[in-house]
Write a protein that binds this ligand. Structure first.
Ligand code: FAD
Length: 279
């Protein structure tokens, strides 16, 4: 199937993009890399009158440091993060997550902001950014606001973005020198969306740990009690502890599904505490 006809716009500035969206009065769609929007247009699940392409806006392509935060423009592609094209992007977790998204052709065009705005529950960035405690920057004609990742994603394919908003950047707290991380996902084959996934960050110097499950029915789900135990003991929890944590977080899941998720958490935490098991 082919997309229904639409008017394509490629504004020169973020202000122009916001104006074009406001003028369209709800009949326009923002386009990042088009890797999810393209199929939706072709299947006619989306039939906008206008498509406003933000993928080459200078304001959305920058990577800067803001104190303890790394500010990554929404139009930076998965491949650019994977390749560490900007020195500030040469961070283990971000590069590793980017390299595991889909196939290189999709990573070449798909953007960080597009993936977060799309809010597929199985997507990698929604999970990684939840584990990192990132904030999302949203531009609108009224100004710019920042929301935590937890508040940003309301559920499957639903976010804090209102009509006419543009996701402009993601603010990622820099990990301390001593910080360690793990990221594990089960996929039927390389390049497919995850069936179960887990991301974890542990910073012993700050006694901070965050462990988050992904590929659920909705937004990623944190395991705060398990994270508190990891922060306190700085050790690999027992399988029984992992089982209890997952069962408490996901009471409705069947046994097979729970087992898959327990294994995802275990393999994710192995990367932090027993890395020799992961090579
Ligand atoms: C075969 C295939 C396999 C894939 N596998 C994976 C995978 O394993 N893991 C994974 O995480 N992803 C995967 N993806 C999704 C891929 O990462 C997409 O790049 C991503 O979901 C969308 O990013 P995009 O920049 O292409 O956004 P687009 O497709 O352009 O847009 C997606 C949605 O976000 C909105 N949008 C885009 N940018 C903005 C913005 N700046 N502000 C506001 N709204 C915006 C659009 O209006 C649209 O609703 C896969 C996609 C395909 C086609």
């Amino acid at each position: 199937m082919k997309a229904a006809s639409f008017e394509y716009q490629r504004p020169a500035t973020l202000q122009d993009a916001l104006r074009a969206l406001a003028d369209a009065g709800g009949a326009a769609k923002v386009m990042g890399g088009g890797q999810s929007l393209g199929p939706m247009l072709n299947l006619r699940l989306a039939r906008p009158k206008q498509v406003v392409d933000v993928s080459s806006l200078g304001e959305l392509r920058q990577v800067t440091a803001e104190g303890d935060l790394l500010r990554i423009g929404a139009a930076v592609t998965h491949a650019e993060i994977e390749d560490g094209v900007h020195p500030l992007l040469r961070d283990g977790l971000l590069q590793s997550v980017a390299a595991g998204i889909a196939y290189r052709a999709i990573r070449n065009r798909g953007t960080l902001g597009g993936s977060l705005a799309h809010a597929d529950p199985a997507a990698d960035w929604v999970l990684a950014m939840a584990a990192l405690g990132a904030q999302i920057e949203i531009a609108s004609p009224a100004g710019t606001r920042r929301v935590t990742m937890e508040r940003f994603m309301h559920g499957a394919y639903t976010t804090e973005l209102a009509e006419g908003d543009v996701l402009s950047a993601v603010l990622v707290p820099k990990l301390g020198m001593a910080a360690r991380w793990g990221y594990f996902k089960f996929c039927r084959k390389t390049g497919e969306f995850a069936e179960a996934s887990c991301a974890a960050v542990f910073d012993p110097s700050r006694k901070l740990a965050r462990i988050v499950l992904g590929a659920l029915d909705g937004a990623p789900q944190a395991l705060p009690a398990l994270a508190a135990e990891v922060a306190r003991t700085a050790a690999m929890p027992s399988r029984e502890t992992l089982r209890s944590a997952v069962a408490a977080a996901l009471p409705g899941k069947d046994a097979v599904d729970r087992k898959l998720r327990v294994a995802a958490v275990e393999r994710c935490l192995h990367q932090i505490f027993i890395p020799e098991l992961c090579t």
